[in-house]
Design a protein around this ligand. Sequence first.
Ligand code: NAD
Length: 453
Amino acid sequence: MRITMVGTGYVGLVTGTCLSNTGNDVTCLDVDPAKIEKLNRGESPIYEPGLDELLERNKAAGRLAFTLDKAAAYGPAEVIFICVGTPSDEQGRADLKYVLAAARDIGDAIESAEGPTGLGASDKAKIVIVKSTVPVGTNAKVRAEIASRTSKPFHMASNPEFLKEGAAINDFNKPDRVVLGVDSEDAGSRLRDLYAPFVRQGNPIFTMDIPSAEMVKYASNAMLATKISFINEIAGLCELYGADVDEVRRGMCADARIGNKFLYPGLGYGGSCFPKDVLACISMGDEVNRPTDLLAAVHKVNQDQRIRFLEKVDAHFGSGSGPADLSGMRIGVWGIAFKPGTDDIREAPSITLMKALLERGAEVVAHDPVAFETCRGVMGDSITYAGGMLDVVEGADALLVCTDWDEYKHPDFGAIRAKMRAPVVFDGRNLYRPASMREAGFVYHSVGREAVT
Ligand code: NAD
């Protein structure tokens, strides 16, 4: 199948590469010349484990190409996946400007391409698929935008993406499920064919109407975000009542109805999806005068979680209530990415915390295995980037753990203690046991567990 991916971000690039890997002829289009230049040099603009090798192999086989040329990308495509960003606007709604701009380009391209459907002599209509996460009703807007530019027939489909950054290749190649919202049996059957190689182990392809497919993605992300805020709320109670959230988790998660996934307390969710998708869901409710009280609380708990963690730092260094004066102090940070396995720092708790530490006068030294360049784009030279994780603790007055990368899970605390000016650890990911930290001579604060003071 001839496929065009619109947008070479985390979703477009991974899904385009994986679709080329099953023999499709894939063109990835972007409007960012720097990204396309990099891809044409054989370099990936994002960090995603396993992606480089797949890119190289499929590019070399002539099945995967990258371009800025819209007419060349859209003209011959039988299937077009819109994978552009849908960030929050100022009111928290999903900003559809990139999606609608792509729709206009597609309408123009269909109109100017040859043949009754814009596919030469073929009478098969192109399928335009919205893969970006969008509010219910967006496919209808995209359809209207395209139809305002061409009278040739085309199909619309919604195919939300569920991949996780850091495990994206495996998630796309072996999805728990594929969701297809379609407007015709023809589009449904062509898309089921396209996905057939990815569900050979029997995982389901759900074909449904377009609004339901659009809603599945928001409902899924809202549910996952709710789990995180739920356990963080319980962790807050544990701290105040002297319970240990790790024990509580274990006891509670043994109930099969609850399950043991995605119930880890910490600094709250970040990243390019949960925060904006929860806000977009809240806006969807507001727009039809049906407040989504639960989701509003999920969002509030999440934002408060970072503040509460910071309050632990303030309480340790300060003289009473309010922000502590950290002038002259050096604070080390382990982990910048919003989660391990990615260089994505969008809405990362680490960024909120580092900015707050700088405002309090601290010198911040941070380490992350991969998220240096993305961080520099936001924090510039306001912080120091350490080459190694132990450089961070050299002369530090405290260490903050913000991301649970594997390499932070079992460090040499003897060596760390010897390097630090004061042995103080604020662990936003509950990586260590309070008892072990006491034994190792640390002041230790984590989330929902006893503080070692
Ligand atoms: P991203 O910001 O990494 O990439 C978007 C790309 O689209 C950019 O490279 C941008 O230059 C390009 N673009 C913008 N307008 C364009 C146009 N008119 N033509 C061609 N390219 C254009 O975004 P992402 O993280 O890949 O997310 C894309 C969508 O997928 C979002 O709606 C997101 O919510 C959803 N999603 C993301 C993830 C994830 O883990 N990142 C997972 C599932 C779904």
